[in-house]
Design a binder for this molecule. Structure first.
Ligand SMILES: Nc1ccn([C@@H]2O[C@H](COP(=O)(O)OP(=O)(O)O)[C@@H](O)[C@H]2O)c(=O)n1
Length: 404
């Protein structure tokens, strides 16, 4: 199990709240395909009609994701129970009874057979019911992809101060998980809204403003699911002896790769062409005819990219892990070419790096239709808070605004 704990003050500390200010806490579980995370947020509400201020986030994560325990739901319950300890340490006991605890699962559980996903959710519900926290109705569920995109957009725009009444300029978000990937932005042109499938446009009201976003979550287009699709290994549960090959892997490479509780044997192609161009064709198949291009993706629009976009940019040496930074799509392509065409250099690193970087370029360019010159802001954290849909979900929950 992978354990990481980060303590400390998330945002510049505030002066003591005045009498009218209220401190409240929120516990949000993010059950992703590759890990389960807890976020414990401390908010200060100074003005009942205004935006709450996020004072602090406590974060901890455990690997693998709950779908690895599809046949042993008790272990899923145990994972959640362990993570709940963070909440007990963070929230003062007198506040437990009124502090909501919410659990949302994403692609990992969406991809499971419904009965197995349901058994996992029931286990989590039992752990919550035994806990001293406030368990609202609909506390434990699988979140839909539209909410996932919107809530991550809210997180980033909230953390960068763009949801204040005075500010109109928002940024788009690109999220790349293990099982699914999300794109969300506020369209500037009417044509984008009109030409999009109706379920790609989401309208909602929040903090006295109405937003109309372009958003979609592509299930099966997360980076780990894309690996399986490219390898032709999707849905091949039980093929213990089968070896899945790809031109994106170093020729002599063989290894095991696990996702969603299934282990696959993979290797390079020993007697065929390898390298960037062949790999590109292989990865292209995963996005072609699947990913839609929004009418506008203007160069001027700013997109924040996080999750695996960030992790792989770090691995590729394109950004510094602690600072993040701006990267052009062209930079991703140049680096992918180097990594794929000089496999000797990758002996120390992730053997999937060629495949993963190539997939990222295919997704961004051939999928969404971004230009090579587009600059992405790669961020893991904004003002020391995790960029993930979880904060948006917490804000959504407490503010009781509704997404339509
Ligand atoms: N709080 C979080 C949650 C996930 N992540 C990243 O998100 C990616 C995995 O997403 P996931 O396991 O939730 O995948 P999906 O189930 O959403 O497809 C990894 O790159 C994680 O490091 C993060 O950086 N911070």
């Amino acid at each position: 199990a992978d354990f990481s704990v980060r303590f400390g003050n998330a945002l510049p500390s505030l002066s003591r709240p005045a009498n009218s200010s209220q401190i409240f806490y929120g516990i949000m579980f993010d059950a992703g395909s590759t890990g389960t995370r807890i976020h414990v947020y401390t908010f200060i509400q100074r003005d009942p009609d205004g935006l709450p201020v996020l004072d602090n986030e406590m974060f901890q994560s455990m690997k693998p994701g709950l779908s690895a325990y599809a046949d042993v739901p008790e272990i899923a319950g145990h994972t959640v129970r362990q993570l709940l300890r963070v909440a007990k340490k963070t929230v003062p006991p007198v506040e437990w009874k009124r502090t909501p605890v919410v659990f949302r699962a994403t692609a990992g559980l969406r991809l499971l057979p419904p009965a197995k996903a349901h058994a996992l959710l029931e286990e989590v519900q039992d752990v919550f019911d035994e806990s001293p926290f406030y368990v609202p109705a609909d506390s434990v569920s699988i979140m839909n992809g539209t909410s996932e995109g919107i809530l991550a957009w809210i997180t980033v725009n909230f953390l960068t101060g763009r949801l204040d009444r005075s500010s109109q300029k928002t940024v788009g978000i690109l999220d790349l998980g293990g099982g699914s990937t999300q794109i969300t932005f506020l369209p500037k042109s009417k044509k984008t809204v009109e030409s999009a499938p109706s379920d790609y446009i989401a309208r909602f009201h929040m903090f006295n403003s109405t937003y109309e976003l372009y958003t979609h979550s592509y299930l099966g287009n997360g980076i780990k699911a894309a690996r399986l699709a490219a390898l032709g290994a999707l849905g091949s549960d039980g093929l213990e002896r089968k070896v899945f090959r790809s031109s994106c892997l170093p020729k002599k490479h063989t290894s095991d790769f696990s996702f969603g509780g299934v282990t696959y044997h993979v290797s390079g192609v020993t007697d065929g062409v390898t390298g960037f161009r062949t790999c590109y064709q292989e990865m292209l198949k995963v996005v072609k005819g699947v990913i839609k291009q929004p009418h506008e993706l203007k160069d001027s629009a700013t997109f924040y990219a996080f999750s695996y976009y960030f992790d792989h940019a770090v691995e590729a040496g394109l950004i510094d892990e602690s600072r993040g930074g701006a990267v052009k799509i062209r930079d991703f392509r140049k680096r992918a070419k180097q990594v794929c065409n000089r496999p000797s250099e990758r002996s120390q690193v992730n053997h999937f790096l060629c495949m993963d970087l190539t997939y990222i370029i295919c997704l961004l360019k051939d999928g969404f239709g971004f230009k090579e010159s587009t600059v992405l802001q790669l961020t893991k954290k904004v003002r020391n808070v995790e960029t993930s849909w979880a904060l948006g979900a917490a804000i959504n929950h407490f503010q009781k605004f509704r997404i339509h």
